[in-house]
Design a binder for this molecule. Sequence first.
Ligand code: PHE
Length: 344
Amino acid sequence: MKDAIDEAKKLKEEVIRKIEEATKTDSDEEKNKIISELKSKYLKEKLPEMFKIIPQTKEVEQKKLLGKILNEIKEIIETKSKEIEEQKKIEFKLPDITLDGRTRFLGATHPVSEVMRQIKKIFEKMGFEVEDGPEVEGDWYNFTALNIPPDHPARDMQDTFYLEDNRLLRTHTSPVQIRAMEKRRGKIPIKIIAPGRVFRRDWDATHSPVFHQVEGLYVDKKVRMSDLFGVLEFFFKKFFSEDVKVRFRPSYFPFTEPSAEVDVSCSICKGENKSCKVCKGSGFLEVAGCGMVHPEVFRSVQYTDVQGFAFGMGVERLTMIKYNIDDIRLLFGSNFTFFKRRYF
Ligand code: PHE
């Protein structure tokens, strides 16, 4: 038993020595090392071992003495290590000003907004003014004045969002043609584009209930279909690239006659891959509708002795083709990985 007491005394001295060492050193690293050794080796291993000897001791006095020394050691380690911890100097690390700064993601222009900007820029270069119109329209502007008869499928509940009092969310930007002409009361020339949001009851990989169109209208004394073709061809070459092929296919719209659908050559396969998923092997993609303004439309706004052309293009479609995006829903979601990609 005497041995145990001697051993405890030795242990106490050892602990005191280590604590002195930790107090003296200037290095926080060294302090940490000693404290963690005291805690792990002494507090958790050596002391519990020694405490186990107490119950085996027969003499009461010796029992007490051993317990006293061991408790002292425990107390010393606990209080002193706390003191040393507090003593540690607060480290001030100066930043390394030669390092590159960390840039935070501040958001980015939405691809559709960017494409809108590009479209406006090209048409402004050709002398077109930007015109605005309301998103909530009446039947007159969205349908009737555009020579869309009451039984036309576009008027169907399936396609159009109807509001109260015969109002509706415009299904295309064509109503701005009517508003622009009414506003000018017969004054020509009119050379406008009308970019904006439109609404239809659709929702799949290529259709969204909210999307964007850019309408174009040119009215003058003499406007030919070749003017229309020239303007659109110029636009698509500037928008995509000089080598894009533009194709006009006969089509039908109630407010233009003759009418055409505009296709551009597939930017993915350049018309060389018969199994291209984007153009389905046709080599062309439909991007707009156009035509010569229908006489009935001029009659609605009381314009006489004029000619004109109009076109309407889908902005999401142009964005998807230009930046190779395969699902329109990505453009209306909030997937940050998608928006952080560099598009332009
Ligand atoms: N408004 C038509 C559409 O939404 C597009 C179009 C506009 C066609 C102007 C011809 C002239 O499909």
